[in-house]
Design a protein around this ligand. Structure first.
Ligand SMILES: [Zn+2]
Length: 663
């Protein structure tokens, strides 16, 4: 009683004390999903604006709550597009701003991705949530920072960085690191960006937490798949509405009329999910209800491995309560039609894609050699040559191309001689001026050729000298450039051959992608688009060279790098094929027009004249690859009579040494 008398203004003092200690008291225990549902609004413009309600996508609850599991240090989300991984990471960011303030770093692959994230995700979320906005420094305000690189708040700051610029992360460390789309992070000479960020966070001990998300990419080169496998591998188990059997959703169980049956009518609207237990097909209503009820019935996220501080989640598109199975089936059919199964597997199934064309068996290719009815079989409409330069010879493959880039290897020649001495170039000139007998009886000239100038023998200047002025004749000098995602050919760079000489146009060939295209086509196993035909006379060495490289993944400072590796010393045939393909891409002939012209010849209207596969463009030096393959090109005057190659001349060439003899 005495105490109460002494402190007459008891309630006032109590309030003051409460105010003073509020920042010392740990926040009330609250699951991050509860915090988000109580405090976060989804901004207008989204599918379901208004307060966050994880009942719409119940799997997100477990994904978010993992950030506060006892002992958690790392959370990995391998999900398809639109499965809410960004929402989950955003909620986690908000939680560490508002409920349990800690400094955070949010990383994206590029600066553009940071901007997009800020403008379309984070700022709208902050604007829609007064409580959150009230904790942040004002934009252009005096207290604290709030710009496109950093936002400060009571108890911490949030910094943005991107892998393309490791310096954006230099000198900063925060206990919480969020990383978005980690499969898109570029390798850096300073070491792996993702690991560098995390190593610094690790100094915060038990406070440190790393969240990372991505749609996966190529098998063996996917960071998120590696992370998923290192974690406890959680999948969302859904009970069957018919038999109760709990299963995680798999693409193999999605069935519609015509699925994976070639030549059958495809009815994606009949798609159902077939239970692995009883085989009953679930419609979308049943599937979505089953997903929504999973946790109430004791299912939901289940780990395949024991939890050791690293939770990892896999969520494919079938788990989405916003997507209909018929739409997923349609997207599969669309991607298949574009021969782009990889994006479906990555983006919808959230699985890595396994390269099928990464290495080929030479014997399988040899076994399908065939007897051609003529030096150039009927289906080949255009001829291109690929020329590989070596210190003592030039190697040439002549390839006939048809509709859908179906190809026929027509000839493979080795022209002996030192490129610096000159004679071998005369031989090449003669070779490229030759014409070849088409099955219809007409004589077909070589439409275009690519000559690699970047050999190891230091003959580059000799090649430049010979190539000078030949672009207009569709003899293109090329230089191979490494790297993925590059076009097979890019517009020419102008290079000077000697100080006083005229410049030459040098086309850049995306060597890695060109080889991948060649390998993927070698894997096509029945005649039609992409298929590669080989003549009966071709020797074994050619096939060994053509398949001499294998796509492997090497780790550079922890970052996976996909590279072609030679499995045997000689690979010229593969280089020649890639160059012949590059020549086709630069010349970019219209196959339809080539076929029309050939038909006219066969009709006898031009029977007396020699056949010209495709007119040459005007001889200008800015001959960049045409954008549109259907774009008509101005025909020019007919060439002077080419030398007709018959089987006899082929034989005589052979005696001079083609494949495999003479190395
Ligand atoms: Zn069932």
């Amino acid at each position: 009683m005495i105490a109460l008398k002494q402190f007459a203004n008891f309630s006032g003092i109590a309030a003051a004390v409460r105010r003073a200690v509020v920042s010392l008291v740990p926040p009330p225990p609250m699951l991050p999903s509860e915090w988000a549902e109580r405090n976060l609004q989804i901004p207008a413009g989204n599918a379901i604006p208004g307060p966050i309600n994880f009942d719409n996508a119940p799997y997100q609850r477990g994904m978010l709550n993992a950030i506060k599991e006892a002992g958690v240090r790392r959370v990995s989300y391998m999900t398809g597009a639109q499965l809410g991984k960004t929402t989950v990471q955003q909620c986690a960011t908000g939680y560490f701003i508002d409920h349990e303030p800690r400094s955070q770093i949010f990383a994206q692959p590029t600066q553009g991705d940071v901007q997009t994230f800020l403008e379309t995700k984070l700022r709208p979320m902050i604007d829609a949530n007064k409580r959150l906005a009230g904790k942040l420094a004002k934009q252009r305000g005096r207290e604290g920072v709030n710009n496109s690189r950093m936002i400060s708040y009571i108890g911490g700051w949030l910094m943005f960085c991107w892998s393309g610029s490791p310096k954006t992360a230099r000198g900063r460390s925060a206990p919480v690191v969020h990383q978005d789309e980690i499969d898109g992070y570029e390798p850096s000479p300073e070491g792996d960006f993702s690991e560098l960020l995390w190593q610094r966070a690790a100094s915060f001990g038990d406070m440190a937490l790393r969240t990372e998300s991505s749609t996966p990419t190529i098998k063996g080169a996917s960071r998120i798949e590696t992370a998923f496998n290192e974690g406890d591998q959680r999948r969302y188990f859904v009970p069957c509405p018919h038999c109760g059997f709990a299963q995680y959703l798999k693409w193999s169980q999605v069935v519609w009329s015509g699925k994976d049956e070639e030549g059958t009518e495809q009815l994606p609207e009949t798609a159902l999910y077939h239970c692995e237990g009883c085989g009953t097909g679930w419609n979308d209503g049943e599937r979505i209800a089953a997903i929504r009820n999973a946790e109430k019935l004791g299912h939901g996220w289940k780990a395949a491995k024991p939890f050791r501080g690293h939770a990892s989640f896999h969520a494919p598109e079938m788990l989405s309560t916003f997507r209909r199975l018929r739409d997923i089936a349609q997207s599969y059919l669309d991607k298949m039609a574009l021969n782009d199964l990889q994006s479906f597997v990555n983006v919808s199934l959230a699985e890595t894609y396994e390269e099928t064309g990464e290495s080929m068996n030479p014997h399988a290719l040899m076994d399908r050699r065939e007897q051609y009815a003529a030096p150039v079989p009927a289906g080949a409409l255009v001829l291109t040559a690929g020329v590989d330069m070596q210190p003592d010879r030039l190697e040439v493959e002549l390839v006939g191309w048809g509709v859908g880039d179906e190809s026929w290897s027509i000839d493979y020649a080795t022209l002996w001689g030192d490129p610096d001495a000159g004679d071998v170039w005369d031989e090449l000139e003669e070779y490229l001026q030759g014409a070849w007998q088409h099955e219809t009886g007409v004589s077909m000239p070589i439409s275009a050729a690519c000559v690699d100038t970047g050999g190891t023998g230091g003959n580059t200047q000799s090649a430049y000298g010979w190539l000078r002025g030949k672009t207009g004749r569709r003899i293109f000098g090329t230089k191979g450039v490494p790297g993925w995602g590059k076009p097979i050919v890019t517009a020419p760079q102008r290079k000077q051959s000697g100080k006083t000489a005229r410049k030459i146009d040098l086309f850049l060939v995306g060597a890695d992608e060109a080889k991948l295209t060649v390998m993927r086509r070698l894997a096509v196993d029945k005649p039609g688009p992409g298929y590669c035909h080989f003549p009966e006379s071709r020797d074994a060495e050619y096939f060994h060279q053509l398949t001499a490289e294998k796509l492997l993944t090497r780790y550079v400072k922890g970052f996976p790098v996909r590279e072609w590796h030679k499995t045997r010393p000689r690979n010229e045939a593969l280089d020649c094929r890639a160059l012949a393909l590059a020549a086709l891409k630069i010349a970019n002939p219209s196959m339809r027009r080539a076929a029309d012209r050939l038909a006219k010849v066969v009709d006898g209207r031009q029977a007396a004249e020699s056949f010209h596969a495709e007119p040459l463009p005007p001889a200008d030096n800015d001959n960049s690859p045409p954008e549109n393959p259907q774009e008509a090109q101005t025909p020019t005057a007919a060439q002077t009579g080419p030398i007709l190659k018959t089987k006899r001349t082929l034989k005589s060439r052979k005696k001079r040494g083609t494949f495999a003899t003479n190395w």
